[in-house]
Ligand binder design. Structure first.
Ligand SMILES: CC(C)(COP(=O)(O)OP(=O)(O)OC[C@H]1O[C@@H](n2cnc3c(N)ncnc32)[C@H](O)[C@@H]1OP(=O)(O)O)[C@@H](O)C(=O)NCCC(=O)NCCS
Length: 159
């Protein structure tokens, strides 16, 4: 689904370091999947740790913890099977993430997103504040965008 936005060389170079598995999200129990029967058709992680994106192949230490009182939570590793696109799976996953980080007491979220997710994040009320390039293997790089949103707490102040 990224074809048209990124070249094949960029997508290939990003597989692993940018679009890779971060086991920490799974160990933390902060990774959601959507299944059709037993097939995983969508996934996203939210996180109370520092990394904004990427697999954990180049990390030797645990990802440092964030402070929910002062730091922004993360939403990461967001993918829907192309055969299941535009059926609301991505939106359902985002709602799950926002509910989870609200329950943890976070009041802000910061995301490093690919350009193709901009329409979805706009729909969810995210603000786009910085385009930047991620260096990839070889001479490749990938333009992405940092986005943010204030998360309102429930009236009863669950946190
Ligand atoms: C981003 C992604 C997860 C969205 O998943 P999805 O299940 O298709 O999203 P939804 O069906 O919930 O879409 C919600 C809204 O987002 C917007 N949207 C989603 N995909 C879009 C697209 N390709 N073009 C324009 N708008 C889009 C639309 O407003 C859509 O609402 P609508 O269908 O009623 O018009 C999916 O496109 C994807 O996996 N992309 C490739 C991987 C990727 O780049 N991940 C991000 C890593 S940061």
């Amino acid at each position: 689904m990224q074809r048209g936005t990124y070249s094949q060389a960029q997508i290939q170079a990003a597989l692993g370091p940018v679009f890779g598995v971060d086991d920490q999200l799974i160990e933390d129990g902060t990774y959601f999947v959507v299944e059709d029967e037993s097939k995983i058709v969508g996934c996203v992680g939210w996180s109370y740790r520092k990394s904004l994106f990427g697999g954990n192949s180049e990390r030797n230490e645990p990802d440092p913890l964030l402070d929910f009182k002062t730091d922004s939570a993360r939403v990461r590793a967001f993918f829907v099977d192309p055969a299941y696109a535009r059926q609301g799976i991505g939106s359902a996953l985002m709602m799950g993430c926002e509910n989870a980080l609200r329950t943890m007491g976070f009041t802000r979220v910061e995301i490093s997103a690919t350009l193709i997710v901009e329409p979805l994040y706009s729909k969810f009320g995210y603000k786009f504040f910085e385009h930047y390039e991620i260096a990839l293997k070889g001479a490749e790089s990938m333009k992405v965008v940092k986005i943010t949103k204030e998360i309102e707490q429930d009236q009863n102040g669950v946190g």
